[in-house]
Design a binder for this molecule. Sequence first.
Ligand SMILES: NC(=O)c1ccc[n+]([C@@H]2O[C@H](COP(=O)([O-])OP(=O)(O)OC[C@H]3O[C@@H](n4cnc5c(N)ncnc54)[C@H](OP(=O)(O)O)[C@@H]3O)[C@@H](O)[C@H]2O)c1
Length: 338
Amino acid sequence: MKAVALKRYLPASNPESFLDLELPDPKPQGRELLVRVHAVSVNPVDTKLRSPKDKIEDPPRVLGWDASGVVEATGPDCKLFKRGDAVYYAGSIVRPGCDSELHVVDERIVGPKPKSLDDAQAAALPLTALTAHEALFDRCAIDPGGKHAGRTLLVINGAGGVGSIAIQLAKLAGLRVIATASRPESQEWCRKMGADHVINHRENIPQQLRDAGNPEVDYIFNTVDTSGYWDTMVEAIKPFGRIVSIVESSKPVELGKLMGKSASFSWELMFTRARFQTADMEEQHRILAQVAGWIDAGKLKTTLTETLSPINAANLRAAHAKVESGKMMGKLVLAGWR
Ligand SMILES: NC(=O)c1ccc[n+]([C@@H]2O[C@H](COP(=O)([O-])OP(=O)(O)OC[C@H]3O[C@@H](n4cnc5c(N)ncnc54)[C@H](OP(=O)(O)O)[C@@H]3O)[C@@H](O)[C@H]2O)c1
């Protein structure tokens, strides 16, 4: 099969950072699907893993944790999908990624591709939708059915891949959403995703929240360095509020600062279920099926903003450089093989 892989960890500008290779076809076992990959997205996890270091990969390493495609074959124990089904999924961080023509993935973390989207539009969604869904509806216990409608959510970094779908999921649950963005175009994008109010994360956030008539919020979804926004989040969260963060902390944070407000803090890592093979790992199948249903019902829209074609090393290098710029709005996808 064709694959885009790395042997050395190099800057994306280096022509050797990704290589177009032929690798052996993988074979599905147990509950695994063999998927013919049609489109893949690039996330910051890819660029973090590719970051330069002294290590050689032999055999070469395939990255990529967002795909859409069609089931080519099924392992003997598969129950959810059959050959020919169109699927979309993020996959597992402890397995090879999906930047290859054929890819093996556990069916319990795969969803049926939204029927109303093409492959590129679908590949933009799984990793970020799983993250935002688990963060809002599991970690923060927000009811997607609207029981908490009217409560307020602050999304720190609303225009990025995760923020773009988090805003939409929170609106679907009836929340009032305040998103942060620093450029006119990223602010406009947040409004397009459904944000009720946009403030600037390069300026004083608590002051802007006071100006907006919301000095404190019920929930905070942080998608940037956790320690960098810690004191802001401590100040902005309501008593009994919930904060969820999806980004590691560059410095230790003082958890005790939340005690006075009896506020809680959770981590969300989309890869936890697959990595630890948790008993409820099939929830990710259910979440992706639910998101596909919401997309097809017109309740959510794809966050795709740019497609590069075909899927090859040159385009993957370009995609990594764009994601690393820190200026992504929505999602970037590579589609089709040469
Ligand atoms: N735990 C998990 O399961 C999980 C899952 C997915 C992603 N993540 C992590 O979550 C982070 C965000 O991912 P993403 O895909 O949403 O990123 P992204 O698409 O690359 O985010 C791009 C956006 O970041 C904003 N930004 C840049 N610097 C900022 C700052 N100092 N404060 C606030 N916003 C800033 C920019 O907005 P402006 O241009 O408007 O400033 C830009 O629009 C990454 O670190 C990623 O690894 C974790």
